[in-house]
Design a protein around this ligand. Structure first.
Ligand code: EPZ
Length: 419
């Protein structure tokens, strides 16, 4: 089991180039099931979840060429695909459920493993399944699998999601692109990753119209074409490194991003006293003065992202006074708190609210990562004390952060992977 060793007390300064978004890449890869034309996707992050999704596509017969050096994936579905997504692949990557909509729409049948829960919550897929049923699918849950069929093909329908869900929006959008007739999707998620999927789907010929902030009209078609697409940057990775620089009073240039996409995060960090200069495709992070406390509520985009909640909590431990976080998206997303307490952080949890006492002195400790974003929060925490921090189970980290040690080492961190 690999570990990371971090010895903190160093400023994170220099330049970091942000990778492509894992959460945009995964639905885009899943949607390639719809087409049998040549697809090239660039700016792919070489991370474990993308490897797993590529593996899943290969398992069902897709012709996948992953050029890791060029961060490029070429997909070409020459022959009909299998319609079975096995548990051993979905157990580590919940986003595998995103192939359900595509397989059902294209092949009228699919057997996809239930993704199962994870550290941050039960992660149900009822919104996905209810919508597919409305589109004419027969759905049965048996032996941990979703058995879905639509003998006459999926039909366009009016779907209003009862709550905002990134995955359900993506799954149903992909299905609607190939269903017969028009679908009107309402109360959709509008995360930049969903927007990037829409851009990709339109490029392969799908007929999608945004008729309101969270309203999409889709006209199903089977006339799809080849395309090349560059995946959007990873805004959560960018936010993570902004916080790393703020934590260590570094001076950091963060490249390959569009600052307009992360305005909420920039505004909140400015309020805490982090100076962020915005340029067209990069930002400069600088922190000189002390940090002010702040109150944060996680919300669907464009609100403060739940995927940055653990990371900002670390920054709050350095601020003056008490800060609070209200986690509104997932029911169990404070798993990192017990580990931070072992470093000396003073944090009180009541339901979905965290109270973070500032100016707490953190000491190095041996820690356990529990999920992707909690693990990166422990790496950030390790950047603070000049003593040693060891982070176990860093396979969580490798699911979504490309070359994190390399990027931090280059900016002055003392960090290494212990085999
Ligand atoms: C996506 O997960 C992201 N994953 C998550 O990032 C992210 O935290 C989340 O969106 C919220 O932004 C990918 O894009 C691969 P949801 P997803 O459906 O689609 C409930 C990371 O670290 N819900 O928007 O699973 C659900 O339980 C990951 O990269 C239902 O009740 O999230 C949650 O409370 C973690 N029924 C809320 O909706 C459903 O059918 C939002 O979940 C689906 C979701």
């Amino acid at each position: 089991m690999q570990k990371l060793e971090v010895i903190g007390g160093k400023k994170i300064s220099g330049t970091i180039v942000i990778s492509g978004s894992k959460n945009a890449t995964l639905p885009i890869l899943a949607s390639t099931i719809l087409t049998n034309k040549k697809i090239t996707i660039n700016n792919i992050p070489v991370v474990r979840d993308v490897e797993t999704m590529a593996e899943l596509l290969k398992t069902i017969g897709s012709n996948v060429k992953f050029d890791r050096k060029k961060k490029k994936i070429e997909i070409y579905n020459k022959k009909p695909l299998k319609t079975f997504a096995p548990y051993y692949l979905l157990k580590t990557m919940r986003a595998g459920v995103l192939v359900l909509g595509a397989l059902l729409a294209k092949y009228r049948i699919a057997k996809v493993s239930l993704p199962g829960g994870c550290a941050i919550g039960s992660r149900p897929i009822d919104l996905h399944l209810d919508a597919l049923k409305k589109m004419g699918a027969k759905i049965k849950i048996k032996d941990g699998y979703v058995h879905a069929s639509a003998t006459k093909g999926l039909r366009g329908s009016n779907i209003k999601f009862s709550k905002i869900s990134v995955g359900a929006t993506e799954n149903i959008l992909i299905a609607a692109c190939f269903a017969s007739g028009e679908s009107k999707l309402r109360n959709c998620a509008i995360e930049p990753e969903v927007e990037d999927l829409i851009i990709f789907l339109k490029k392969i010929g799908c007929k999608i119209k945004r008729i309101g902030k969270r309203s999409l009209n889709v006209l199903g078609t089977n006339k799809l074409k080849s395309t090349t697409h560059k995946v959007i940057f990873d805004r959560i990775e960018a936010g993570t490194y902004i916080i790393a620089a703020a934590l260590t009073k570094g001076h950091l240039k963060i490249k390959n991003i569009n600052p307009k996409i992360i305005l909420t995060e920039i505004k909140l960090l400015n309020k805490m006293g982090v100076k962020i200069t915005k340029k067209k495709d990069h930002i400069i992070v600088n922190r000189t003065e002390s940090l002010k406390n702040i109150n944060i509520v996680t919300k669907p985009y464009p609100g403060f992202p739940t995927d940055l909640q653990a990371q900002i909590m670390i920054l709050m431990t350095k601020a003056d006074g008490i800060s609070t976080i209200q986690e509104n998206i997932f029911e169990n997303r404070f798993m990192h708190v017990s580990e931070l307490r072992r470093m000396g952080a003073k944090i009180e949890i009541k339901g979905n609210k965290a109270k973070v006492f500032g100016k707490s002195k953190l000491n190095g400790a041996e820690l356990m990562a529990t999920d992707l974003r909690a693990s990166v929060c422990l790496v950030l925490a390790g950047l603070i004390p000049s003593s040693k921090t060891i982070i176990n189970r860093i396979y969580h980290l490798d699911r979504g952060y490309e070359k994190i040690e390399k990027k931090l080492l280059k900016c002055g961190a003392q960090i290494r992977r212990l085999r």
